[in-house]
Design a protein around this ligand. Structure first.
Ligand SMILES: *[C@@H]1O[C@H](CO)[C@@H](O)[C@H](O)[C@H]1NC(C)=O
Ligand SMILES: *[C@@H]1O[C@H](CO)[C@@H](O)[C@H](O)[C@H]1NC(C)=O
Ligand SMILES: *[C@@H]1O[C@H](CO)[C@@H](O)[C@H](O)[C@H]1NC(C)=O
Ligand SMILES: *[C@@H]1O[C@H](CO)[C@@H](O)[C@H](O)[C@H]1NC(C)=O
Ligand SMILES: *[C@@H]1O[C@H](CO)[C@@H](O)[C@H](O)[C@H]1NC(C)=O
Ligand SMILES: *[C@@H]1O[C@H](CO)[C@@H](O)[C@H](O)[C@H]1NC(C)=O
Ligand SMILES: *[C@@H]1O[C@H](CO)[C@@H](O)[C@H](O)[C@H]1NC(C)=O
Ligand SMILES: *[C@@H]1O[C@H](CO)[C@@H](O)[C@H](O)[C@H]1NC(C)=O
Ligand SMILES: *[C@@H]1O[C@H](CO)[C@@H](O)[C@H](O)[C@H]1NC(C)=O
Ligand SMILES: *[C@@H]1O[C@H](CO)[C@@H](O)[C@H](O)[C@H]1NC(C)=O
Length: 839
């Protein structure tokens, strides 16, 4: 442990590359230092280096050094007559009582803590060691924000389960990873250098996450080899000083595929013995393992249904093996048939989890927790809460959220997710006609009087020094931990704390990040999928760019049922799939009727004509058009807002963020145009405001004079402005396009729409009257860190903008290109944008 320790402490003062996240402990501005009042001595009541209390002592020291430039000493041996001296004391309530303190501290629950900064000393007392460390981080968060107010309060978690799910594969790749390779695995083994794992545990501890499943739910049994079990022991050792316990995802068929048995039937004696033995061995290496996560009979994963056993039989197999150790099984409710016939109007993937689980309530062992995605489908930009939350009165349950922006722009778009989570956490499901708010009543365990409940979030941190591939996405991880502790935490307040800790105290920085972040999810919803129609991304591909057609006509069940006249899933009881009826009666009645269904979920529950009127009087189709224009316009404004922060943030983070916001602004336009074009094409109803399909400030590439280029269509068709693009005739010969501009003289921004594919780096140079305005290369696959596609489509479509170009009527623009690899330097259009025009 000592080695890791030293490495980690050296790393902390490094450059502003994002590695320290919100735990930078940057020196306070001089004005604030004047109010600083912090004791000069730290007493941590535990001498064991593996103890979170010991860690807390070190962390307090480091934090105070960083924030205040002071050098407090730390002792670990107890009070030793230091009562009365000004000190920061940190320890468990038990250790504190043994030392003669702790008299007035209120009752604490597991992981809870007491923080008292009144008077000359600071008391940080945890119900357990983890709680003490959480309290130390709370105090550090206060002083790092220049908050030296006197407080005395106890705080306890809303729920005991506050976990992370990594989707890291054993080969080091990450499912839905957009920030480099795994910090845990490479080449089917655990990495030897666990510094990043240790640093990650530090970040998680500061937001009070107490458990982590380290490998993908689509689990590779090789994790259970003896070598890897020892590796898991090392991971656990690296995270334990931070109070983060580890668990693993299991593959249900492991007794057969790894163990060589001829069955994985959960009732078979040899199978039971195999899992018991594996569990015993795991606990030898990881004595405090939290337990297992299981994805069974879901999306092709093996499970108990193969043997006609129930999902409860499957979950209980693991539960029993874990019981001697106090471990728990998180069993995913994400079970559905992905070969549903779309021709049957009454089929509904959203019903899957209800059909599979509702009759199993009470059939699970006490240490099984059903882990339920927040909505009935799959992390869409808008979903109602899963009705299953209301149907497991006798079974422990937890919510599954996603910090990974799988369906929210894959960390290439700024999307601050808490406002989306809030639509679920604040939702009153009215179980038995009583107040049953998902966060404070159901997940807290109150409604059904449960001991086990809580939160899991899928997180895709990778080796990239920014952890998530982009600095601003870290606010989502930060807020996740805080919401799991207290789901009533305010979205803006969490964001402001995070921003001060991450970027300092400049008021403009604070206001800008808050403003952009708070509109980012509504904007994203606006330019992707509205009214509950889902994200409208390519659901059979990377879940990134626009492709509404991919939703329908296949077995995946994320249908929109769009035709020439109408759109939406009919989930009513009277005429549809009956899904609305799975909600408690008051909610079911609301969703049963178009008139009482809130607009934002209209198409989730109803199949209606495009001309259906919303509550605001607009038609569905006109709302699609308007919202897509409004959302794209919001994102279009981000780069300028960020650019105004130049000089107020360090260069590296300023530029890396600006690059992504510029990218987002362009891709939001791609989304807007693709979706609008698609539904205009489907419905034949024009935009009442004349915008869709009509781009007066664009020059389409297919209308230009081409040299070495040919005109083609793209797939899907709506991913090209004017339904056509140009690409070079081969992938090795230089080529060019040119056009004479016919716009009034003035200063414009010139945006070039092109496609940037995986495998290939075409180069481009833009000229105005033979004067070069700039060059670029199709290298987004390296710069964005997500897997672009190999096709010319809505994922690869992008724009680059050259600002403030003086143009006269009759000027000539020319783009000279050099294709490379798969990139045939595909071009869609040039937009010549007057100030204020978003086109
Ligand atoms: C000190 O920490 C160790 C390791 O976490 C723990 O086993 C022990 O109980 C702790 N002692 C006290 C007095 O809290
Ligand atoms: C200072 O921290 C305390 C405790 O977290 C909090 O209640 C208070 O609102 C903070 N003050 C400011 C000005 O943020
Ligand atoms: C371990 O990784 C860290 C960064 O993640 C690096 O700074 C350190 O040098 C590595 N240690 C060894 C022994 O390679
Ligand atoms: C499961 O049950 C079905 C229907 O009852 C039966 O056809 C099938 O053979 C059974 N499968 C196994 C593996 O027992
Ligand atoms: C009722 O369902 C049928 C399909 O069975 C569908 O064609 C029709 O549009 C639905 N009617 C209404 C009013 O939603
Ligand atoms: C989203 O679209 C609606 C409807 O056009 C609009 O009223 C709202 O301001 C938009 N919000 C954002 C953040 O783009
Ligand atoms: C819709 O798209 C198809 C396929 O590209 C095209 O043939 C058709 O002309 C389009 N219709 C409209 C109304 O744009
Ligand atoms: C660009 O340069 C070429 C070759 O020098 C010349 O023939 C052409 O007229 C120039 N075009 C413009 C728009 O200046
Ligand atoms: C982090 O990811 C970005 C985007 O992929 C990339 O440009 C950068 O080089 C990466 N940095 C590290 C240290 O991996
Ligand atoms: C060039 O294009 C051809 C045809 O599309 C493709 O087969 C070939 O792999 C490409 N060359 C490279 C280097 O990618």
């Amino acid at each position: 442990m000592r080695v890791i320790w030293i490495l980690a402490s050296l790393g902390l003062v490094a450059a502003e590359d994002g590695l320290n996240g919100w735990l930078r402990y940057a020196r306070l501005p001089r004005g604030m230092l004047r109010h600083a009042k912090v004791p000069t001595h730290i007493i941590a009541l535990n001498t064991s280096q593996a103890s979170p209390v010991f860690t807390a002592g070190k962390e307090l020291q480091k934090g105070i050094q960083g924030v205040l430039g002071q050098n407090p000493e730390v002792t670990y041996e107890g009070l030793h007559g230091r009562q009365g001296e000004s000190s920061i004391l940190v320890g468990t309530i038990e250790a504190y009582a043994d030392a003669g303190g702790a008299a007035d501290i209120p009752e604490l629950e597991e992981d809870g803590f007491w923080l008292n900064t009144e008077g000359d000393s600071v008391e940080i007392v945890g119900q357990n060691e983890r709680g003490a460390l959480y309290g130390a981080f709370e105090y550090l968060s206060m002083i790092a924000q220049g908050n030296f107010s006197e407080v005395a309060y106890a705080t306890n978690p809303s729920a005991p389960i506050r976990w992370i799910n990594q989707w890291d594969n054993m080969d080091g790749t990450i499912e839905r990873g957009y920030a480099g390779l795994s910090i845990f695995f490479e080449n089917n083994v655990i990495v030897s250098n666990l510094t990043r794992v240790y640093e990650y545990a530090r970040l998680l501890s500061s937001i009070r996450v107490n458990g982590i499943i380290v490998n993908n739910v689509n689990a590779n049994p090789i994790l259970l080899s003896l070598e890897n079990m020892a590796g898991l022991g090392r991971i656990a050792d690296a995270m334990r000083p931070w109070g983060v316990r580890i668990g693993v995802s299991l593959n249900f068929a492991s007794p057969q595929t790894l163990g060589g048995l001829d069955t994985y039937d959960p009732f078979d004696k040899s199978v039971i013995a195999w899992w018991t033995d594996i569990t015993d061995k795991l606990y030898e290496h990881v004595p405090d393992m939290v337990g297992y996560l299981v994805k069974a009979n879901s999306e092709g994963q093996p499970g108990p249904l193969t043997y006609n056993r129930t999902l409860a039989d499957g979950a209980n197999l693991f539960a029993k093996a874990l019981q001697p150790y106090g471990g728990i099984v998180m069993f995913r409710a994400f079970v559905y048939d992905h070969h549903l016939s779309h021709e049957n109007w009454y089929n509904d993937r959203a019903n899957g989890q209800m059909e599979f689980f509702k009759d199993l309530d009470g059939a699970f062992e006490d240490n099984v927790v059903i882990q339920i995605k927040y909505g009935p489908i799959d992390f869409q930009v808008r979903e109602p809460p899963s009705p299953l939350f209301a149907h497991l009165p006798n079974t422990a349950s937890a919510i599954e959220l996603q910090v990974t922006q799988e369906y929210y722009g894959q960390q290439c778009h700024l999307v601050y997710i808490p406002p989306l989570w809030r639509t679920i956490l604040d939702y009153d499901l009215r179980v038995d006609g009583q107040k049953s708010v998902v966060g404070t009543d159901i997940l807290s365990g109150k409604t059904f009087n449960k001991k086990l409940s809580g939160y899991a979030a899928v997180v895709n941190v990778g080796l990239n020094t920014t952890w998530l591939g982009t600095h601003l996405a870290m606010s989502n991880l930060y807020a996740y931990g805080r919401l799991a502790w207290d789901p009533t935490n305010d979205d803006v307040r969490m964001l402001e704390d995070w921003t001060r800790l991450t970027f300092g105290f400049d008021e403009t920085v604070l206001e800008t990040i808050t403003k952009m972040s708070m509109v980012s999810w509504p904007a994203y919803e606006n330019y992707t999928g509205n009214l509950g129609i889902q994200t409208l991304t390519d659901i059979t591909g990377p879940h990134y760019g626009p492709n509404p057609a991919s939703h329908d006509g296949n077995g995946w069940g994320m249908w929109t049922r769009a035709n020439e006249h109408s759109i939406g899933m009919d989930r009513t009881v009277w005429n549809g799939t009956g899904n609305a009826g799975y909600y408690p009666p008051e909610i079911a009645a609301m969703y049963e009727k178009v008139e009482t269904t809130p607009d934002e979920l209209l198409l989730w529950f109803h199949h209606v004509p495009y001309t259906q009127r919303l509550k605001n009087g607009n038609t569905v189709i006109q709302h699609f058009y308007d919202a897509h224009y409004a959302g794209a316009e919001t994102a279009f404004g981000f780069p300028a807002q960020w650019a105004a922060l130049e000089g107020k943030i360090d260069r590296q983070r300023f530029e890396e963020t600006l690059f992504r916001l510029e990218y987002q602004a362009g891709h939001a336009i791609v989304w807007r145009d693709a979706i609008n074009q698609f539904y205009f094409n489907k419905s034949s109803i024009p935009d009442a405001r004349g915008r869709v399909g009509n781009y007066p400030w664009r020059v389409e590439a297919e209308d230009m004079e081409l040299d070495g280029y040919r005109v083609t269509a793209v797939t899907p068709f709506e991913a090209a402005s004017g339904l056509r693009i140009v690409q070079t005739v081969d992938n090795s010969t230089a080529a060019s396009v040119r056009a004479t501009l016919d716009f009034p003289a003035g200063v414009y921004d010139l945006a070039v729409a092109y496609y940037d594919l995986y495998e290939g780096q075409a180069s481009y140079e833009l000229f105005l009257n033979n004067r070069s305005l700039g060059t670029w290369v199709g290298d987004l696959e390296d710069r964005l860190g997500y897997t672009l596609t190999r096709g010319i489509d809505g994922h690869s479509a992008t724009r680059i903008t050259f600002r403030d170009v003086r143009i006269r009527k009759g000027d000539e623009v020319r783009i000279e290109t050099q294709p490379h690899g798969r990139e045939t330097a595909p071009l869609d259009y040039i937009a010549v944008l007057p100030k204020g025009v978003v086109e």
